[in-house]
Design a protein around this ligand. Structure first.
Ligand SMILES: *Cc1c(COP(=O)(O)O)cnc(C)c1O
Length: 421
């Protein structure tokens, strides 16, 4: 199947007389005829559903679809993108381990890593997303267990050189985890460039309608865990009667452990209702992404020419510092998100945003409706101007998430609002 067909058909194929559409299986639990079967399920000797925290047919269909879209061996849905990032790291890192992470990542991920996981004893080194090969190489330590970065960063729109990051990580027998939320598998499939694990906040483009919070982890199945450094995967798990994940589950060891160990213990499972809504979003992902990119490109070209705009950052625009990497990794387009700064500083930005009619001011990003956010007075309001600069956030930065309305209406709204700056 081509990727456009996978968006619609992958993951679920009804048998005779079963529902054509993935049904919502709104049940926490599943019935069996014998205690023995149930025992085998518990011991992972047989496959089947027994409790929705560990698996559910609605979630299973959507997980298989997303694994097919990314080209992985398996996927696990989570209740949010935050839960996906949390489990992607803690599945292979414990207290005393070290992670190398791009400094240009989603603010929520930064707090999770830099505060919460650091407090739990996992050490992080944050690096410039434009770091070169030698310097990245120099950041590895004997206890480095993972490298983490975003394909396209939120909100600064830096692009990670995934192939280079993967080569350096693999030279140290360490996996590369990529947050592919903004690009989606329609525009970039990180496994094709050497990434080993992909995470998403499905709350963004995958759902695409701003209705269902969710996340997902996808395993490429390509990483060899047998270096001796990933004992949690290669030695017996006593909480599962001594199962050795790499022996029993082969290429799917990482994603099986994420479910049977961390989803079991931490419990951030997606609800069947949300998985159903996510699946509806996925059915049009291949139609929506090109339109988001087409509209965003036209808006970017318009802003670039406007004398009311001080600066603009959109990686698909010629002259952008990430233009070459954008062409390499996302030749069909990056995403619908643009960062720009109108004239008149912080106040100019506020005046413009308040004058918008079609585009609303919201925290969310990457859905069908055009929306804006002013990071300096919202998500990053606790920082002063100096700290904002260090975080790559200009006081007048507007994050504009271009939707899939008619481009003429979007441009008209932006043009009239820019008159107010
Ligand atoms: C929103 C977002 C997250 C967090 O996802 P939630 O679903 O809000 O928990 C993680 N990474 C990126 C790139 C995001 O944009």
């Amino acid at each position: 199947m081509k990727i456009n067909t996978k968006c619609i058909q992958a993951g679920y194929s009804p048998k005779n007389s079963e529902p054509r559409v993935v049904p919502i299986v709104q049940s926490t639990t599943f019935a069996y005829d014998t205690a023995e079967t149930m025992g085998n399920l518990f011991d992972l000797k047989e496959e089947g559903f027994f409790y929705t925290r560990l698996g559910n047919p609605t979630l299973d269909a959507v997980e298989k679809k997303i694994a097919a879209l990314e080209g992985g061996v398996g996927a696990m849905l989570t209740s949010s993108g935050q839960a996906a990032s949390l489990i992607s790291i803690t599945n292979i890192c414990k207290s005393g381990d070290h992670v190398i992470c791009s400094a240009a990542i989603y603010g929520g991920t930064f707090n999770l890593f830099n505060k919460t996981l650091r407090d739990l004893g996992i050490e992080f080194t944050f690096v410039d997303p434009a770091i070169d090969k030698e310097e990245l190489n120099s950041k590895f330590k004997s206890n480095t267990k993972a490298v983490f970065a975003e394909t396209l960063t939120n909100p600064s729109l830096d692009i990670t050189d995934i192939e280079m990051f993967a080569q350096v990580a693999h030279a140290h027998h360490v996996p590369l985890i990529i947050d592919n939320t903004f690009a989606t598998p329609i525009n970039c499939r990180p496994f094709e460039w050497g990434a080993d694990i992909v995470v998403h906040s499905t709350s963004k483009y995958m759902d695409g309608h701003a209705v269902a919070l969710g996340g997902v982890i996808v395993d490429s199945g390509n990483f060899d865990w047998n270096s001796g450094d990933y004992k949690m995967l290669t030695t017996p798990d006593e909480t599962y009667h001594g199962v050795i994940y790499t022996e029993q589950f082969g290429k799917a060891a990482y994603i099986v452990k994420a479910r049977t160990h961390l989803m079991r213990d931490l419990g951030p499972q997606q609800s069947p209702q949300n998985a159903f809504l996510l699946n509806l979003g996925l059915e049009t992902l291949h139609l929506r992404m090109p339109r988001h990119c087409e509209n965003a490109m036209k808006v970017a070209q318009f802003l670039e020419k406007s004398d009311k705009v001080e600066w603009i950052n959109y990686p698909s625009l010629k002259g952008n510092k990430y233009y070459d990497l954008a062409q390499k990794y996302m030749p069909n387009g990056t995403c619908g998100v643009i960062a720009f700064g109108p004239k008149g500083g912080k106040e100019g930005a506020a005046r413009m945003m308040e004058a918008l009619k079609l585009a609303k001011i919201v925290i969310h990003v990457a859905d069908a409706r055009t929306c804006v956010l002013h990071p300096a007075t919202t998500t990053h309001r606790q920082l002063n101007d100096e700290q904002l600069a260090a975080a790559g956030i200009m006081p007048n930065m507007i994050r504009l998430s271009v939707g899939i309305e008619d481009i003429d209406d979007i441009l008209e709204d932006i043009a009239q609002a820019l008159e107010k700056v």
